[in-house]
Design a protein around this ligand. Structure first.
Ligand SMILES: Nc1ncnc2c1ncn2[C@@H]1O[C@H](COP(=O)(O)OP(=O)(O)OP(=O)(O)O)[C@@H](O)[C@H]1O
Ligand SMILES: [Mg+2]
Length: 314
């Protein structure tokens, strides 16, 4: 039986979201609300896994500052093990600063994630004993191209999951995508990786063929409110979209990836995994955060039943 523990290697970020009370005035300040929340795809996946009862290590890089201390404090409360993380005295904890307009749409975003570059080849080599003790490893593309390449090459015998994070970061893994057991791009990231534009169902099948040919075993492409597509060498199909009014959509994909890992550790098929992952994503959407604090296997099962989340092979 697969051991129920996982190592996530990726980013931890503090998201600061400013929403003005009235129309933004350029070059001036205004009153509004500033929301502080946890982000970083790796950290979000680790939180979801931990809440699902998986013994989870997060290898990330933080600054030795207020935000870094907050992340450490919260990880400790959740139960995420940070023993292999870097706490650096010189670089700041990653922050993503987002300014919305008064309609709630993004106006500007600035991200400072320099500290993640400290997770480099030397650091990975230095931690090889700990890394080797895990069979299941989850990476996010906030890591540098060199680090992604080194880990996926060195630990080729492990079951590796990859979350693609954003379209702009996909180039880092384009040449090594076949090294990953399972990948979770959203549709834009899948388009960027494959060069195939999504217009109809046939395009998803072409994307599947591209990834299977490269060597990837399990492909899960999330399509926002239109659900998701799953594929392996034997089956493929869709999991339906669910009609919910999200409190926030940010992080739904990260919860989806965590759901996939949990399902894998519980020997579920690709279709079952995509259903379970959708349940985890819906749990996030309903709570409006990257991980619903109520998350548990039973909570997801209730969501799956309540919203009739099911798969349809094609
Ligand atoms: N507006 C929505 N309504 C219903 N379900 C949604 C909605 N947005 C996302 N989902 C669910 O969450 C899953 C993952 O969402 P999405 O495709 O947006 O991932 P993503 O782009 O990787 O998100 P992020 O990286 O911001 O967390 C979808 O497959 C779908 O099941
Ligand atoms: Mg995503």
């Amino acid at each position: 039986m697969t051991e129920k523990k996982a190592l996530v290697i990726g980013a931890s970020i503090i998201d600061l979201t400013g929403s003005p009370d009235e129309e933004l005035i350029y070059g001036d300040s205004c009153n509004g609300k500033i929301h502080v929340s946890h982000g970083g795809v790796g950290r979000n996946i680790a939180e979801n896994l931990c809440r699902l009862g998986i013994s989870t290590d997060l290898m990330t890089a933080l600054g030795n500052d207020l935000f870094g201390k907050k992340i450490q404090f919260d990880c400790s409360n959740i139960g995420i093990n940070l023993r292999s993380s870097i706490i650096d005295d010189n670089l700041a904890t990653s922050v993503y600063l987002l300014v919305n307009n008064h309609f709630g749409d993004i106006e500007f975003g600035i991200s400072d994630t320099e500290v993640i570059r400290l997770i480099d080849k030397n650091y990975i080599e230095h931690n090889s004993k700990l890394i080797s003790s895990f069979n299941t490893i989850i990476l996010d593309t906030n890591l540098s191209k060199e680090t992604l390449n080194f880990i996926s090459e060195t630990y080729a015998d492990k079951t590796m999951f990859l979350d693609l994070v954003t379209r702009q970061k996909t180039h880092k893994v384009k040449d090594i995508i076949g090294r990953f057991y399972a990948i979770k791009p959203n549709i834009g990231e899948a388009e960027e990786l494959t060069g195939i534009k999504f217009e109809q169902q046939e395009d998803l099948l072409r994307m599947r063929d591209y990834f299977l040919k490269a060597g990837t075993k399990k492909i899960y492409i999330s399509i926002g409110k239109n659900g998701s597509f799953y594929a392996d060498s034997e089956e493929c199909g869709f999991v339906n979209a669910v009609s919910v009014i999200p409190k926030s959509t940010s992080g739904a994909g990260d919860s989806y990836t965590a759901g996939l890992v949990f399902a894998y550790l519980n020997q579920q098929s690709s279709a079952e995994s995509a259903i379970f992952a959708t349940g985890a994503a819906i749990a996030s959407l309903l709570h409006g955060s990257a991980a619903n604090p109520k998350l548990s296997e039973n909570f997801i099962k209730e969501i799956i039943t309540k919203y009739n989340i099911c798969s349809q092979n094609i």
